[in-house]
Design a protein around this ligand. Sequence first.
Ligand SMILES: N[C@@H](CCC(=O)N[C@@H](CSC=O)C(=O)NCC(=O)O)C(=O)O
Length: 281
Amino acid sequence: MHLIQENKCHGGYWRRYQHDSETCGCLMTFSVFVPAAAEEGKCATLFWLSGLTCTDQNFVQKADVESAAAEYGFIVVAPDTSPRNVGLDGEDLSYDFGSGAGFYVDATEAPWRSNYRMYSYVTEELYSLVADNLPMDPERTGVFGHSMGGHGALTIALKQPEKFRSVSAFAPICAPMSCPWGKKALAGYLGTDQENWKAYDSVALIESGAKVKTILVDQGDKDEFLAEQLNPELLKAACAEKDIPLTLNYRSGYDHSYFFIKTFIRDHVQHHHKMLNDVNR
Ligand SMILES: N[C@@H](CCC(=O)N[C@@H](CSC=O)C(=O)NCC(=O)O)C(=O)O
């Protein structure tokens, strides 16, 4: 991996890297915050997954995660949201499919399946790259995200709870099988057989028995996408049915933006700190 930018921040560093990704078959860019605590030993690590239209930079520039990450000694990894410039017909046509909209799935449909493999990219290739090159404690790794990235965080934690031991989300797409964004993406990447969609739908995963210790979700009640796309009540019902502790905070007056995220990001870092350092976990 090749360092392309470095900025000191809150005693640590934001570093931006590029690497040739075998999984995505293209040059991928990611950012990572390395706290000063990394000079002393291995650090707990959080993977942040961003939403539609984002690169790694939306989170870096807008979320204000650094002061909490520095205080609690977290490495924070922020990948891009899709492969880029892979030359597929239609990859740049819409904001909710193709580039900037990888949905954290491994596509099975042509032509997307050759590159659009963001599930494996995040959970295997990027995870290993960070583990091999930074002082990451693999026993203390969590995942969080926003909107499409909130969906990614929930599904990744539900599918790999031993590898990603804590999870939280801001305004996640809780049930992609039941909303327009999700239906378009899952049909495009996985084909029309909805049985295959269940592997990437938090509610379906929970209904079929997937477990995590606990889930934190923050959701603005003035979120412009709440009514049509997000379905937190379906997540709440599934968690209640399967006895998964869910803290679902409706935040009065907040929308879908990074102004909402930056307001509550410290709560999420504290949640992960508590979960990853709980000796009874
Ligand atoms: N039509 C809008 C939709 C894009 C948008 O709101 N993206 C959100 C995530 S939505 C779900 O994944 C986002 O994080 N945007 C980036 C930001 O910095 O706010 C549009 O194209 O603007």
